[in-house]
Design a protein around this ligand. Structure first.
Ligand code: NAD
Length: 262
């Protein structure tokens, strides 16, 4: 039996660790040829090596998603290594905890640069490639429940993730005729290094009094009774990368264990 993603060339940005690493490993296990793209070349290589040692196909590519030349290089390297590009997961992102009135212009620009502009550039460059190839393509962006609901004190992060949903919908409208689809995944509270940064931010800002308090508080009402782990996002990633989702575009799929109903 052929694996569902056999031979598909897939880039995952921010795949050195966390959600991106889990998705990339899950995609490779279904036969995809993956590019592990991350600003940190060491973690990118570690994830790629883990996939190769499991018998999968992976190359590492250092990328800064906010720099167009770097993104172009990532796509060119992928096309050369895997024979084209079929799917891109724009997953790289950063977070920062800051009370609403304390967010500075510098904070706004830093978060929006990576989470907004970075996604736009990766989408644009992938679309150029898909159009040149003439066989369509799939864009899958990692937004968040923070792209569906504003949370204090993560306002600029939420704004960036609402932006990801908007970019997804706009691209779906613009490129459907070329069989290029765009969808996004909205995770909830996922136990990764990012949540450690968010949790520490709550404590440093005096909003919580102990480590893990914010994480536990955000997780407390989850209907399925536990916070997410990165592997919870693998099923949706496989579905969106596979032919099973071919007739779907412009959608935001919330995978949060039951937190936000939209
Ligand atoms: N952890 C959560 O609870 C959660 C919830 C919803 C959405 N998300 C989103 O999921 C995505 C992955 O988050 P995670 O929790 O795995 O975080 P993480 O911090 O563990 O991983 C993010 C990865 O992105 C990379 N990265 C950061 N800036 C980059 C840049 N400019 N260019 C290339 N790579 C860059 C980092 O090096 C890191 O490997 C992010 O977009 C995040 O906003 C996370």
């Amino acid at each position: 039996m052929t694996a569902e993603l056999e031979g598909r060339s897939i880039i995952v940005t921010g795949a050195g660790r966390g959600i991106g690493a889990a998705m990339a490993m899950g995609l490779a296990a279904q036969g995809a040829k993956v590019t592990i793209a991350d600003i940190d070349p060491d973690t990118a290589e570690e994830t790629a090596e883990a996939i190769r040692s499991d018998g999968g196909v992976a190359v590492a590519s250092q990328v800064n998603v906010t720099e167009r030349d770097s993104v172009k290089e990532m796509i060119a390297r992928t096309a050369e290594a895997h024979g084209g590009l079929d799917v891109i997961f724009n997953n790289a992102g950063i977070a920062q905890t800051k009370p609403f009135l304390s967010i500075t212009e510098e904070d706004w620009r830093r978060v929006l640069d990576v989470n907004g502009l970075g996604v736009l550039i990766c989408m644009q460059e992938a679309i150029h490639r898909f159009v040149d190839q003439g066989r369509g393509g799939k864009i899958i962006n990692t937004a968040s429940i923070a792209g569906k609901q504003g949370y204090e004190p993560l306002a600029h992060y939420c704004a960036s993730k609402f932006g990801v949903v908007a970019l997804t919908q706009a691209a779906a409208r613009a490129f459907g005729a070329q069989q290029i689809t765009a969808n996004c995944i909205c995770p909830g509270v996922v136990a990764t290094e990012m949540w450690k940064v968010i949790d520490k931010g709550f404590k440093d800002e005096g909003l919580t009094s102990r480590e893990n308090e914010a994480f536990e508080s955000f997780s407390s009402g989850i209907l399925l009774g536990r916070p997410s782990v990165a592997d919870d996002l693998v099923g949706i990633a496989r579905f969106l990368a596979s032919p099973a989702s071919d007739y779907m575009t412009g959608q935001s799929l919330v995978v949060d264990g039951g937190m936000v109903f939209v």
